[in-house]
Ligand binder design. Structure first.
Ligand SMILES: [Zn+2]
Length: 529
């Protein structure tokens, strides 16, 4: 080799290797932090199980998450977080903060459960702990354990490494009614937040970006007012509010033929009168109007209002409406989803035992679903669908329009179950949930390390939010200034069941797990008499 060529080559090597070496050093350092934080989550396996099982045993309905919130905020306070309680007009809502400066990373997860989903965990058959009571038939008992364990591991790392940043932990209150997050957004909770990481229970690991599958919605209760009368003696003196409800429902159901196939709408009659011999002077019906985008939600909501007016005219009654909840269609952040996905691939699915697989298949059989057991394959990050599929809603949508947000779905439940059902509660205080929570927690902690150590990622998330998301779509607000959280909902139901449920709250000082406390030998495949 000629000397000149060798010198040129050397110069080239030096020029290109300097930044590489620096980046290499950074990569090595970040890699070390990541190894440490995973170990730190692993060391909190017991805490994760206790939090998961404790919240499971509380089984609290939307807006009534008092025990859950007290317990979780106590854990956070004991670990150095500053807690603000009773926020955004909801006594069970709170926010916990630790650290200082940017990036501000907000970790959210829902905490409420579902009516009549009370179920003994770890048994592959229907068995209520308290008959008729609420229960975690979606698995919202697990998400805060995922977030808090991850946050504690990251906090420890930040203290030791002197990393700047703020961790914010918040609960999804009344998610099952789509009744909490819009108010938290309105209260300014996400104003300075750089990154929102939202966890939700699932039967596999996944995340997504762009327009999500599923719908946004408006939840509204119509109340008709007429006049009572003796239903046999002087029925002509009455004006029947229940008839107005019936006419509204007939009107809406006939109108379905003219709606887009993507819409979803459903109702329950919340007040159908008192007794047959009194013409009902008051009657109420509660609707969910769901659609894929803001325009169509608004259109169907207005159609609903018009049909309600028409029903009132036909029955000579009057109608008023009350907004119960609202959820914006979701749009998730590309950068955040990519970060989550890279860490999902690093952590991988939990290793399920043969026993857990057998149990999962037995539960799938009871629930009449395909019997293919627990997830063993992940589907990878895909670009958003051109035409997203319709389905349920989640008011994380509202958050996704005020701060860069992406969801982490973690594998803590059994696939092929009906959803919003007692069968979905069965695995949620068993080793299946415990493993899924820890796996999810590792992904959360690793992703936080990425955002804390690589400011370019926070910047990229912001750029996507302002230059892509907000440029392609404009959010609409369905909440009026006068709307307030309907925190009285479920109060009576919860008061009725709580004394009996309290006897079964998990006592972690006496029992290793909630299954131990209940005397359940996991897995129990069939009822033994
Ligand atoms: Zn949910």
């Amino acid at each position: 080799m000629k000397l000149r060529t060798a010198v040129a080559l050397l110069a080239l090597m030096l020029a290109s290797s300097a930044p590489l070496a620096q980046q290499g050093g950074d990569t090595a350092r970040i890699e070390k932090l990541k190894t440490t934080v995973v170990e730190s989550v692993e060391a909190r396996r017991k805490l994760a199980q206790v939090m998961n099982d404790t919240v499971f045993s509380f089984g609290e309905l939307a807006y009534q998450e008092f025990e859950t919130s007290k317990y979780l905020t106590d854990v956070l306070e004991k670990n150095g977080f500053a807690v603000e309680r009773d926020i955004a007009g909801m006594p069970t809502a709170w926010v916990a903060r630790w650290g200082s400066g940017h990036p501000i990373i907000a970790l959210g997860s829902d905490i409420d459960c579902l009516p009549k989903a009370n179920q003994k965990p770890g048994v592959a058959y229907r068995d209520e702990i308290v008959p008729g009571a609420p229960g975690h038939g979606e698995g919202h008992n697990s998400g805060q354990a995922v977030n808090i364990v991850a946050a504690l591991a990251v906090k420890e790392l930040m203290e030791r490494e002197k990393l700047s940043g703020t961790l914010v932990i918040w609960p999804g209150v009344a998610e099952e009614l789509l009744g909490g997050k819009a108010y938290m957004v309105r209260a300014g909770l996400f104003k300075d937040v750089d990154v929102v990481l939202y966890t939700h229970v699932s039967d596999n690991f996944s995340t997504s970006w762009g327009k999500a599958n599923g719908t946004g919605m408006v939840s509204v209760e119509y109340t008709f007012e007429g006049e009572s009368a003796h239903a046999a003696g002087r029925p002509w003196r009455g004006r029947n509010a229940l008839r107005a409800v019936e006419l509204m429902n007939i009107g809406w159901d006939l109108n379905r033929e003219q709606l887009r196939p993507e819409q979803r709408s459903h109702y329950v009659i919340t007040n159908g009168g008192d007794q047959p011999n009194v013409i009902p002077p008051l009657a109420s019906v509660w609707y969910f109007f769901r659609e894929m985008d803001f325009e169509n939600i608004k259109k169907n909501y207005e159609t609903g209002n018009r049909i309600a007016q028409a029903a009132a005219m036909m029955t000579n009654t009057t109608v008023t409406r009350k907004l119960v909840g609202t959820a914006a269609p979701r749009h998730f952040n590309k950068t955040i989803a990519e970060v989550l996905q890279s860490n999902i691939e690093r952590v991988g699915l939990p290793a399920w035992t043969a026993e857990e697989q057998t149990f999962a298949k037995a539960v799938q059989k009871v629930a009449n679903g395909p019997q293919d057991g627990l997830a063993t394959k992940m589907r990878g990050l895909r670009p958003p669908a051109e035409n997203p599929e319709s389905g349920g809603s989640d008011d994380i949508g509202n958050v996704s329009w005020v701060a860069p947000t992406a969801p982490l779905f973690y594998p803590a439940n059994i696939p092929n179950l009906p959803g919003h059902n007692w069968a979905n509660a069965i695995a949620m205080a068993t080793p299946i949930a415990h493993k899924g929570v820890i796996a999810g927690s590792k992904v959360m902690a690793l992703s936080m390390v990425d955002f804390l150590t690589r400011p370019e990622l926070v910047q990229a998330a912001k750029t996507y939010f302002t230059d892509v998301q907000l440029k392609t779509d404009k959010p609409q607000e369905f909440l009026a200034e006068s709307d307030v959280p309907q925190i009285q909902i479920n109060r009576e139901t919860m008061a009725r069941f709580r004394p009996e449920m309290r006897k079964f709250y998990y006592d972690a000082t006496k029992y290793e797990t909630y299954l131990d406390q209940l005397g359940v030998k996991f897995p129990s495949l069939a009822k033994t008499q």
